[in-house]
Ligand binder design. Sequence first.
Ligand code: SF4
Length: 362
Amino acid sequence: MFPQQIAALADQVIAGEPIRRSQAEWLAGLEQPWLHDLFRGATRIREHFVGSAVRCCSIVSAKTGRCSEDCGFCSQSAHFKTHVRGLTILDPDQVVQAAMEAAASGADSFGIVNSGYGPTDQEIDHWGRVAQRIREKGLTRTCASMGILDGDQARRLARFGVQRYNHNLQTSRRHFPNIIKTHSYDERLGTLRHLKAAGVSVCSGALFGMGETWTDRLDLAFELRDLDVDVVPINFLIPIDGTPLEGSDPLEPMECLKIIAVYRFCLPRQEIKIAGGRERNLRDLQSWIFYAGADSFLIGNYLTTYGRPAEEDRQMVRDLGLVLEGYGDGAATVGGPQAHSATTGHRAAARRIPLPVVAAVG
Ligand code: SF4
């Protein structure tokens, strides 16, 4: 009976009728042995709306550490004693080089990430000019993640050529104050609205594994659907020593996959991007993210933790018979193992660029 009900819900979504909250709650309550039926439904939805295309993006922590905010998962907060010490700011040339290497690795988007509550006007101008240089090369979409913005700042970033902005809501409105006290959920929501008004593509998602309930997860999924965001990054917590979430129990791989699948049912047309914590939380089931409905992932390193080598991810996509699409017109021109990124790739990054940022982008 359950397999038919799950398939019927997938049919409903494919036919263009959004899933209702009560239906999403029913899906979220499924356990083994029905999870494979859930994943099959999510795969059908992904294939219907996205086909076999897969996208990946990359980020660089351009400004790292000494953050005034107290996000309970973050190694960069000045409120906590973690492995991230002091402030690190990359040179513009280093950031442009990282963008080019990310593009060579197959990333269709490249994000400039800054720690902090939000950018100053000088930082908008400084990183906006760097974004402009990257945009002019035309090899990757230009993204930024710099915290809370007002309307004028969002418009100025758009004028510099920033095409997409990441700003995660992280968790539900209810759970948010348990994790972050120095700014509000509404400030984050406001930033997303300013970006949409400025014509900037919005990337906003969640960090799971912070003690949230399924009610919180669904509250956020429906909020993101109402906001009609373009990309939904899904991060899984990597507990950082020294933060309030140090020692949190990790999510089980099948629970991570269930989250991805339920989000695909709720957000059928969005790019669902698996970001921080993929390797650590999913372990050998990493490639199952596509079976669970994801169509996008972060390649290379995270903000203050290492990802696995980009070539392993490209091989995973090829082995699954999926197609990695780059920026622009269709299939990505990706290099072989020799194209291993010096900045976003695992080994070289450890050698050259100071690795700063945590799993979830601010
Ligand atoms: S997530 Fe961003 S805003 Fe929050 S503490 Fe970390 S760097 Fe600061």
